[in-house]
Design a protein around this ligand. Structure first.
Ligand code: ZN
Ligand code: ZN
Length: 492
């Protein structure tokens, strides 16, 4: 009997060893800042076979992935990808926003210090993010045995994807010319980051975001993280979140066409091919799952569009919805009190203190502001957040405004401009681009899965940015993030 019992124990032990949850060794999230979905095909013929084409040719592409909120900007995009949620619920309401009339930076945190430099670039943390991320949920599912690391040039693009319980997040300090982190994560740079900085130190003030070099440095740091944090080495799934910021900075300066942005995407293609080689050799071809997506797209330059008779324009929202609106309201209501706190990404923040000080009715001030903005021919709608339910705005756009509206952080009004009108200077010399609106040029993003458990294929089934996180979590058999409103998608 004893022998039989021991035998049974042995069999049970062997069975539990075999019956492991099926997960990849590593997940890589790759966000390319400002990457329009159509870049996959606009540049397809110029890409090599081992970089972005490897994703298109061998991966599974959700061809119709849209952002389901406004404004479509970097901080919200990164937070949404990794939380499967929207500003109304996860709290990241913009790159910059106001709360109680006070300006806030999405990842700004005065309670922490820079690690790796003596500038303020490291005074950052994910504290304004109210929801958990894929990485947080992976940590919880594995009793925190997983490693989760975020790497990007932009602070917000490293911090928000890595989540609250991250093992590390590293971003570029332009003033110092190297990568840094904050005391939120640790008190000293890991040796491998310090060594990297020694090797690749740039002249202080060098904005590598405006250079193709910025793309290469980001991938190189990601490779160092893999090697030195022992990621993808054991059976516990690790998560590496990489975001490429140069594509956005270069896009803002030179727009969606021309040699500058083309050069950036060719560099991305080359560096991704090299990164794939590292993943193949270190982790093994079928042992990692990689997904590519973007935090938003970008509009074509309005002057370029006008040259081809397509309606477009630059809406100087920060002055029109800020200073100019404030001056108009002060004149209308006969007061010197500040009535507009500011405008950001097509959103207007009415100054509650000023309105109270002047003894005015908030609704009257909002109505006057909306009526004045509506006089401009390029303004199609001014959504009043408090009255949105009764406004005749097309449902898909209304839904995006509601999803993007965080009650405490999104202000009072959202301006919807005519298609092609972006927040930009109205000068005929303007060569750049921007993004923020609901339109496909800003909201249509790539979402391609590649590697572990992924078969080649594609779908045009409508997919939303908030579906990315639950889809990854379903594949990993872990709980979705705690403010997730997306749906897991089937890979067919
Ligand atoms: Zn961005
Ligand atoms: Zn941008």
């Amino acid at each position: 009997m004893k022998k039989l019992f021991a035998f049974l124990l042995l069999v049970a032990g062997a069975l539990t060893a075999v019956a492991q949850v099926n997960r990849p060794k590593l997940v890589v999230g790759l966000v390319v800042d400002q990457m329009r979905w159509d870049y996959l095909y606009y540049y397809y013929d110029q890409f090599g076979e081992d970089g972005l084409r490897r994703l298109v040719d061998q991966g599974y592409s959700f061809e119709n992935t849209m952002i389901n909120y406004v404004p479509t900007v970097t901080a919200i995009g990164h937070a949404s990808i990794y939380t499967g949620s929207v500003p109304a619920l996860m709290g990241i309401a913009g790159n910059n926003f106001f709360e109680n009339d006070e300006p806030k930076y999405c990842v700004g945190d005065p309670s922490v210090k820079s690690v790796g430099s003596n500038t303020s670039a490291g005074q950052m943390s994910p504290r304004n993010l109210l929801a958990s991320t894929i990485g947080d949920e992976l940590h919880i599912a594995t009793d925190f045995k997983s490693k989760v690391v975020g790497v990007a040039l932009k602070d917000r693009a490293a911090i928000l994807p890595a989540g609250h319980s991250a093992d590390g997040a590293y971003w570029w300090d332009t003033k110092a010319g190297r990568f840094v982190t904050s005391t939120f994560y640790r008190n000293e740079l890991p040796e491998w980051v310090a060594a990297f900085n020694k090797k690749y130190q740039q002249k202080p003030g060098t904005d590598v975001k405006m250079m193709d070099l910025g793309i290469t440095l980001t991938f190189k740091l990601a490779e160092e993280a893999l090697e030195n944090e022992q990621m993808g080495k054991d059976d516990v799934t690790d998560f590496l979140a990489v975001s490429i910021s140069s594509t956005d900075a270069i896009g803002h300066a030179y727009s969606t066409r021309g040699k500058e942005i083309s050069s950036a995407y060719m560099q991305l293609d080359k560096d991704l091919a090299a990164f794939f080689k590292v993943l193949d050799s270190k982790i093994g071809k079928d042992n990692y799952l990689l997904f590519l997506t973007a935090d938003h797209g970008g509009a074509h330059n309005p002057n370029f569009m006008k040259r081809h008779r397509i309606p477009a324009g630059g809406f100087e929202g920060w002055t029109i919805g800020g200073k100019e609106l404030n001056a108009h309201l002060q004149q209308t209501f006969g007061t010197q009190a500040k009535l507009v706190t500011g405008a950001n990404s097509f959103r207007v923040y009415i100054n509650r203190k000023g309105v109270a000080e002047a003894g005015l009715d908030l609704q009257r001030v909002k109505d006057e502001a909306a009526a004045w903005l509506m006089k401009r021919p390029e303004v199609m709608y001014v959504a009043d957040h408090a009255r949105l339910a009764n406004q005749a705005i097309p449902q898909p756009i209304k839904e995006r405004i509601i999803n993007g509206w965080n009650v405490k952080r999104s202000g009072d009004l959202t301006i919807i401009t005519a298609p092609g009108w972006l927040e930009a200077t109205n000068s005929p010399d303007y060569k750049g681009t921007g993004h923020s609106q609901w339109n496909p040029y800003d909201a249509h993003i790539p979402f391609v899965l590649y590697g572990w458990n992924v078969k080649k294929g594609s779908t045009v089934e409508p997919t939303r940015i908030v579906d990315i996180a639950p889809t990854i979590c379903a594949m990993l058999h872990i709980q979705m993030p705690n403010a997730c409103v997306g749906d897991a998608k089937q890979i067919r």
